[in-house]
Design a binder for this molecule. Structure first.
Ligand code: ACO
Length: 325
Protein backbone atom coordinates (compact mmCIF):
# COMPACT_ATOMS: atom_id res chain seq x y z
CA UNK A 1 0.00 0.00 0.00
CA UNK A 2 1.58 3.31 -0.98
CA UNK A 3 0.93 6.57 0.81
CA UNK A 4 2.39 10.04 0.38
CA UNK A 5 4.83 10.40 -2.51
CA UNK A 6 7.96 12.50 -2.79
CA UNK A 7 7.86 15.79 -4.73
CA UNK A 8 11.27 17.19 -3.82
CA UNK A 9 14.12 17.43 -1.34
CA UNK A 10 16.61 20.00 -0.10
CA UNK A 11 19.35 20.43 2.47
CA UNK A 12 21.50 23.05 4.17
CA UNK A 13 24.81 23.12 6.03
CA UNK A 14 26.50 25.84 8.08
CA UNK A 15 29.32 27.74 6.39
CA UNK A 16 32.10 26.58 8.70
CA UNK A 17 33.81 23.21 8.27
CA UNK A 18 35.72 21.84 11.25
CA UNK A 19 38.17 19.04 10.48
CA UNK A 20 39.37 16.37 12.89
CA UNK A 21 42.82 18.01 12.82
CA UNK A 22 41.27 21.29 14.00
CA UNK A 23 39.55 19.51 16.91
CA UNK A 24 42.83 17.83 17.82
CA UNK A 25 44.35 21.27 18.38
CA UNK A 26 41.89 21.89 21.25
CA UNK A 27 41.13 18.46 22.74
CA UNK A 28 43.10 15.28 23.34
CA UNK A 29 42.16 13.37 20.19
CA UNK A 30 43.53 12.64 16.71
CA UNK A 31 42.32 12.38 13.13
CA UNK A 32 43.47 8.77 13.15
CA UNK A 33 41.37 7.82 16.24
CA UNK A 34 38.22 9.55 14.96
CA UNK A 35 38.44 8.12 11.42
CA UNK A 36 39.20 4.60 12.61
CA UNK A 37 36.38 4.47 15.20
CA UNK A 38 33.70 6.48 13.37
CA UNK A 39 34.59 7.21 9.73
CA UNK A 40 34.11 10.94 10.44
CA UNK A 41 36.65 13.30 8.78
CA UNK A 42 34.91 16.66 9.26
CA UNK A 43 31.68 18.26 10.43
CA UNK A 44 29.89 21.59 9.82
CA UNK A 45 29.42 23.82 12.86
CA UNK A 46 26.89 26.66 13.05
CA UNK A 47 28.34 30.13 13.60
CA UNK A 48 26.84 33.44 14.64
CA UNK A 49 23.40 33.94 13.13
CA UNK A 50 23.09 30.29 12.10
CA UNK A 51 20.35 28.49 14.04
CA UNK A 52 18.22 25.39 13.74
CA UNK A 53 15.48 27.48 12.13
CA UNK A 54 17.80 29.27 9.68
CA UNK A 55 19.17 25.92 8.48
CA UNK A 56 15.65 24.45 8.35
CA UNK A 57 14.38 27.41 6.31
CA UNK A 58 17.25 27.09 3.81
CA UNK A 59 16.67 23.33 3.42
CA UNK A 60 12.89 23.84 3.12
CA UNK A 61 13.30 26.50 0.42
CA UNK A 62 15.57 24.18 -1.58
CA UNK A 63 13.03 21.34 -1.26
CA UNK A 64 10.18 23.60 -2.37
CA UNK A 65 12.15 24.75 -5.45
CA UNK A 66 13.04 21.13 -6.23
CA UNK A 67 9.36 20.13 -5.89
CA UNK A 68 8.31 23.00 -8.18
CA UNK A 69 5.47 24.09 -5.92
CA UNK A 70 4.40 27.33 -4.23
CA UNK A 71 5.02 27.45 -0.48
CA UNK A 72 1.40 28.62 -0.01
CA UNK A 73 0.21 25.18 -1.17
CA UNK A 74 1.74 23.46 1.90
CA UNK A 75 -0.89 22.19 4.36
CA UNK A 76 1.38 20.67 7.00
CA UNK A 77 4.88 21.26 8.39
CA UNK A 78 6.43 18.64 10.65
CA UNK A 79 9.91 19.50 11.91
CA UNK A 80 12.09 17.04 13.79
CA UNK A 81 14.65 18.50 16.17
CA UNK A 82 16.21 18.03 19.59
CA UNK A 83 17.81 21.48 19.41
CA UNK A 84 14.92 23.93 18.81
CA UNK A 85 15.60 27.66 18.62
CA UNK A 86 13.51 28.12 21.78
CA UNK A 87 11.63 25.89 24.20
CA UNK A 88 8.52 27.23 22.50
CA UNK A 89 7.03 28.03 20.07
CA UNK A 90 7.81 25.12 17.80
CA UNK A 91 10.63 25.78 15.33
CA UNK A 92 8.18 24.61 12.63
CA UNK A 93 6.20 27.82 13.16
CA UNK A 94 9.31 29.94 12.49
CA UNK A 95 9.84 28.03 9.25
CA UNK A 96 6.18 28.50 8.39
CA UNK A 97 6.37 32.26 8.87
CA UNK A 98 9.56 32.55 6.78
CA UNK A 99 7.97 30.56 3.95
CA UNK A 100 4.73 32.55 4.09
CA UNK A 101 2.36 29.61 4.51
CA UNK A 102 0.89 30.85 7.81
CA UNK A 103 -2.36 29.15 8.78
CA UNK A 104 -1.39 25.59 7.92
CA UNK A 105 -0.63 22.93 10.57
CA UNK A 106 2.91 23.24 11.96
CA UNK A 107 4.57 21.44 14.86
CA UNK A 108 7.83 19.89 16.05
CA UNK A 109 8.55 16.25 16.76
CA UNK A 110 11.13 15.19 19.38
CA UNK A 111 12.66 11.76 18.78
CA UNK A 112 16.32 12.87 18.59
CA UNK A 113 18.26 10.99 15.86
CA UNK A 114 15.09 9.10 14.81
CA UNK A 115 13.16 12.37 14.63
CA UNK A 116 13.01 12.50 10.84
CA UNK A 117 11.60 8.96 10.71
CA UNK A 118 8.96 9.92 13.27
CA UNK A 119 8.16 13.12 11.33
CA UNK A 120 7.93 11.27 8.01
CA UNK A 121 5.54 8.63 9.39
CA UNK A 122 3.44 11.32 11.13
CA UNK A 123 3.14 13.42 7.96
CA UNK A 124 2.34 10.35 5.85
CA UNK A 125 -0.37 9.28 8.33
CA UNK A 126 -1.96 12.75 8.37
CA UNK A 127 -1.94 12.94 4.57
CA UNK A 128 -3.52 9.48 4.39
CA UNK A 129 -6.40 10.68 6.62
CA UNK A 130 -7.05 13.58 4.25
CA UNK A 131 -5.99 16.29 6.73
CA UNK A 132 -3.98 17.91 3.98
CA UNK A 133 -2.56 17.36 0.52
CA UNK A 134 1.02 18.59 0.79
CA UNK A 135 3.49 18.27 3.65
CA UNK A 136 6.92 19.67 4.34
CA UNK A 137 8.95 17.33 6.54
CA UNK A 138 12.19 18.68 7.99
CA UNK A 139 15.02 17.41 10.16
CA UNK A 140 17.18 20.25 11.51
CA UNK A 141 19.74 20.45 14.31
CA UNK A 142 22.46 22.52 15.89
CA UNK A 143 23.89 19.77 18.10
CA UNK A 144 27.12 21.75 18.47
CA UNK A 145 25.21 23.88 20.99
CA UNK A 146 24.46 20.97 23.36
CA UNK A 147 27.89 19.33 23.21
CA UNK A 148 30.34 19.31 26.09
CA UNK A 149 33.43 20.45 24.18
CA UNK A 150 35.62 19.13 27.03
CA UNK A 151 34.28 15.58 26.56
CA UNK A 152 36.29 13.99 23.76
CA UNK A 153 34.13 10.84 23.80
CA UNK A 154 31.11 12.75 22.45
CA UNK A 155 32.10 16.13 20.97
CA UNK A 156 33.98 14.64 18.00
CA UNK A 157 30.89 12.72 16.80
CA UNK A 158 28.34 15.41 15.94
CA UNK A 159 27.70 18.23 13.47
CA UNK A 160 24.98 20.70 12.43
CA UNK A 161 22.70 20.78 9.39
CA UNK A 162 19.21 20.37 7.98
CA UNK A 163 17.36 18.35 5.36
CA UNK A 164 13.79 18.54 4.07
CA UNK A 165 11.35 16.74 1.80
CA UNK A 166 8.05 17.78 0.25
CA UNK A 167 5.40 15.05 0.19
CA UNK A 168 2.05 14.93 -1.59
CA UNK A 169 -0.93 12.69 -0.81
CA UNK A 170 -1.38 9.92 -3.37
CA UNK A 171 -4.04 10.75 -5.95
CA UNK A 172 -7.49 9.21 -5.42
CA UNK A 173 -7.70 5.90 -3.58
CA UNK A 174 -4.53 4.78 -1.90
CA UNK A 175 -3.01 2.22 -4.21
CA UNK A 176 -2.10 -1.29 -3.17
CA UNK A 177 0.69 -1.38 -5.74
CA UNK A 178 4.19 -1.05 -4.23
CA UNK A 179 5.58 -0.32 -7.72
CA UNK A 180 3.88 3.10 -7.55
CA UNK A 181 5.78 5.98 -6.00
CA UNK A 182 5.09 6.63 -2.35
CA UNK A 183 5.65 5.50 1.22
CA UNK A 184 4.99 1.76 1.45
CA UNK A 185 5.49 1.10 5.14
CA UNK A 186 6.82 2.74 8.32
CA UNK A 187 7.55 1.28 11.73
CA UNK A 188 8.46 3.30 14.84
CA UNK A 189 9.64 2.12 18.27
CA UNK A 190 10.82 3.53 21.58
CA UNK A 191 12.23 2.11 24.81
CA UNK A 192 12.35 4.61 27.67
CA UNK A 193 14.23 2.14 29.89
CA UNK A 194 17.39 3.02 27.95
CA UNK A 195 17.25 6.73 28.88
CA UNK A 196 20.60 6.78 30.68
CA UNK A 197 22.61 5.50 27.72
CA UNK A 198 22.01 8.67 25.68
CA UNK A 199 20.43 11.84 27.04
CA UNK A 200 20.89 15.57 27.71
CA UNK A 201 21.51 16.45 31.36
CA UNK A 202 19.45 19.65 31.36
CA UNK A 203 16.11 21.12 30.39
CA UNK A 204 13.49 23.71 31.33
CA UNK A 205 11.62 21.54 33.84
CA UNK A 206 14.67 20.04 35.59
CA UNK A 207 17.76 22.25 35.66
CA UNK A 208 16.45 25.32 33.80
CA UNK A 209 19.57 25.04 31.66
CA UNK A 210 20.05 23.66 28.17
CA UNK A 211 22.39 20.90 29.39
CA UNK A 212 24.91 18.74 27.59
CA UNK A 213 24.70 15.49 25.66
CA UNK A 214 25.82 12.42 27.64
CA UNK A 215 26.36 9.01 26.10
CA UNK A 216 27.62 5.52 26.86
CA UNK A 217 28.91 4.97 23.33
CA UNK A 218 29.75 1.30 23.50
CA UNK A 219 26.30 0.32 24.77
CA UNK A 220 24.55 2.61 22.26
CA UNK A 221 26.49 0.90 19.48
CA UNK A 222 25.36 -2.57 20.60
CA UNK A 223 21.66 -1.61 20.87
CA UNK A 224 21.76 0.31 17.56
CA UNK A 225 22.77 -2.68 15.45
CA UNK A 226 20.22 -5.01 17.11
CA UNK A 227 17.29 -2.54 17.01
CA UNK A 228 17.96 -1.37 13.48
CA UNK A 229 18.18 -4.81 11.94
CA UNK A 230 14.99 -5.82 13.75
CA UNK A 231 12.96 -2.81 12.52
CA UNK A 232 14.33 -3.20 8.99
CA UNK A 233 13.09 -6.80 8.92
CA UNK A 234 9.66 -5.63 10.12
CA UNK A 235 9.35 -3.14 7.26
CA UNK A 236 10.59 -5.66 4.69
CA UNK A 237 7.96 -8.09 6.06
CA UNK A 238 5.20 -5.45 5.77
CA UNK A 239 6.12 -4.87 2.14
CA UNK A 240 6.54 -8.58 1.38
CA UNK A 241 9.95 -8.01 -0.18
CA UNK A 242 13.51 -9.13 0.53
CA UNK A 243 16.58 -7.00 1.23
CA UNK A 244 17.76 -7.74 -2.35
CA UNK A 245 14.85 -5.66 -3.73
CA UNK A 246 16.10 -2.47 -2.04
CA UNK A 247 17.97 -0.09 -4.35
CA UNK A 248 19.31 2.21 -1.61
CA UNK A 249 19.47 2.28 2.13
CA UNK A 250 19.65 5.79 3.59
CA UNK A 251 20.64 5.26 7.22
CA UNK A 252 21.02 7.69 10.07
CA UNK A 253 24.66 8.75 9.80
CA UNK A 254 25.83 7.99 13.33
CA UNK A 255 28.98 6.12 12.69
CA UNK A 256 30.44 4.24 9.69
CA UNK A 257 30.85 1.09 11.78
CA UNK A 258 27.13 1.04 12.73
CA UNK A 259 26.25 1.50 9.03
CA UNK A 260 28.54 -1.36 8.00
CA UNK A 261 27.36 -3.72 10.74
CA UNK A 262 23.66 -3.05 10.04
CA UNK A 263 24.04 -3.49 6.26
CA UNK A 264 26.01 -6.69 6.80
CA UNK A 265 23.34 -8.11 9.12
CA UNK A 266 20.72 -7.42 6.46
CA UNK A 267 22.89 -8.79 3.63
CA UNK A 268 22.93 -5.45 1.78
CA UNK A 269 26.15 -4.72 -0.16
CA UNK A 270 28.03 -1.54 0.91
CA UNK A 271 27.53 0.00 -2.59
CA UNK A 272 23.80 0.34 -1.81
CA UNK A 273 24.36 2.26 1.44
CA UNK A 274 24.39 6.07 1.24
CA UNK A 275 27.23 7.31 3.45
CA UNK A 276 27.79 10.98 4.30
CA UNK A 277 29.01 10.59 7.88
CA UNK A 278 32.59 11.26 6.68
CA UNK A 279 31.62 14.82 5.64
CA UNK A 280 28.64 15.67 7.90
CA UNK A 281 29.32 13.60 11.07
CA UNK A 282 26.17 12.79 13.09
CA UNK A 283 23.61 15.56 12.56
CA UNK A 284 20.88 13.75 14.53
CA UNK A 285 17.41 14.35 13.00
CA UNK A 286 18.98 16.12 10.00
CA UNK A 287 21.19 13.22 8.97
CA UNK A 288 18.73 11.06 7.01
CA UNK A 289 17.22 13.87 4.87
CA UNK A 290 20.69 15.41 4.39
CA UNK A 291 22.08 12.09 3.14
CA UNK A 292 18.99 11.49 0.99
CA UNK A 293 19.18 14.93 -0.65
CA UNK A 294 22.92 14.50 -1.25
CA UNK A 295 22.36 11.16 -3.00
CA UNK A 296 19.46 12.49 -5.10
CA UNK A 297 21.41 15.53 -6.22
CA UNK A 298 24.54 13.58 -7.15
CA UNK A 299 22.36 11.26 -9.28
CA UNK A 300 22.62 8.08 -7.22
CA UNK A 301 18.97 7.90 -6.13
CA UNK A 302 16.62 8.12 -9.12
CA UNK A 303 12.85 8.12 -9.67
CA UNK A 304 11.53 4.57 -9.35
CA UNK A 305 14.20 3.48 -6.85
CA UNK A 306 13.12 1.62 -3.73
CA UNK A 307 14.69 3.39 -0.75
CA UNK A 308 14.84 2.31 2.89
CA UNK A 309 15.33 5.01 5.52
CA UNK A 310 16.34 4.03 9.05
CA UNK A 311 17.47 5.67 12.28
CA UNK A 312 18.02 5.11 15.97
CA UNK A 313 18.61 7.64 18.70
CA UNK A 314 18.16 8.80 22.28
CA UNK A 315 15.15 7.52 24.20
CA UNK A 316 15.89 5.03 22.75
CA UNK A 317 13.80 5.64 19.67
CA UNK A 318 14.18 3.87 16.34
CA UNK A 319 12.31 3.41 13.10
CA UNK A 320 12.38 2.67 9.40
CA UNK A 321 10.40 3.72 6.32
CA UNK A 322 10.30 2.11 2.89
CA UNK A 323 9.54 4.46 0.01
CA UNK A 324 9.36 4.16 -3.77
CA UNK A 325 10.80 7.41 -5.17
N1 ACO B 1 39.98 10.60 20.86
C1 ACO B 1 40.91 9.77 21.37
N2 ACO B 1 40.62 8.83 22.27
C2 ACO B 1 39.34 8.71 22.67
C3 ACO B 1 38.32 9.56 22.17
C4 ACO B 1 38.70 10.54 21.25
N3 ACO B 1 37.81 11.39 20.71
N4 ACO B 1 37.16 9.22 22.75
C5 ACO B 1 37.42 8.20 23.59
N5 ACO B 1 38.72 7.88 23.54
C6 ACO B 1 39.43 6.85 24.27
C7 ACO B 1 38.73 6.47 25.55
O1 ACO B 1 39.05 7.36 26.58
C8 ACO B 1 39.24 5.08 25.78
O2 ACO B 1 40.53 5.17 26.34
P1 ACO B 1 41.00 4.13 27.48
O3 ACO B 1 40.98 2.79 26.80
O4 ACO B 1 42.37 4.62 27.81
O5 ACO B 1 39.99 4.26 28.57
C9 ACO B 1 39.40 4.52 24.37
O6 ACO B 1 39.43 5.65 23.49
C10 ACO B 1 38.27 3.62 23.96
O7 ACO B 1 37.03 4.23 24.31
P2 ACO B 1 35.64 3.55 23.97
O8 ACO B 1 34.55 4.48 24.37
O9 ACO B 1 35.61 2.17 24.51
O10 ACO B 1 35.77 3.50 22.39
P3 ACO B 1 34.87 2.75 21.36
O11 ACO B 1 35.69 1.84 20.56
O12 ACO B 1 33.62 2.21 21.95
O13 ACO B 1 34.45 3.94 20.39
C11 ACO B 1 32.55 5.37 19.98
C12 ACO B 1 33.71 5.03 20.90
C13 ACO B 1 33.10 5.82 18.65
C14 ACO B 1 31.72 6.48 20.60
C15 ACO B 1 31.70 4.08 19.79
O14 ACO B 1 31.35 3.51 21.01
C16 ACO B 1 30.45 4.36 19.02
O15 ACO B 1 30.50 4.60 17.85
N6 ACO B 1 29.28 4.25 19.66
C17 ACO B 1 28.04 4.57 19.03
C18 ACO B 1 27.61 5.86 19.55
C19 ACO B 1 26.96 6.74 18.53
O16 ACO B 1 27.19 6.71 17.35
N7 ACO B 1 26.09 7.57 19.07
C20 ACO B 1 25.44 8.54 18.28
C21 ACO B 1 24.14 8.88 18.84
S1 ACO B 1 23.10 7.50 18.82
C22 ACO B 1 22.88 7.21 17.31
O17 ACO B 1 22.88 8.12 16.53
C23 ACO B 1 22.71 5.81 16.91
Amino acid sequence: MTGARLLGSGSALPKRVVTNAELAEKIDTSDEWIVERTGIRQRYIAGDGETTSSLAIEAARAAIVDAGIDAESIDLIVLATATPDNTFPATATKVQDALGCNGCTAFDVAAVCSGFLYALATADSLLRTGMGKRALVIGAETFSRILDWEDRTTCVLFGDGAGAVVLEAAEGDISSDPAKPGIISSRLHADGAQHDLLYVDGGPSTTQTVGHLRMKGREVFRHAVVNLSSVLHEVLGDAGISADDIDWIVPHQANARILDATARKLGIPPEKVVVTVDRHANTSAASVPLAFDTARRDGRIKPGDLVMFEAMGGGFTWGATLMRI
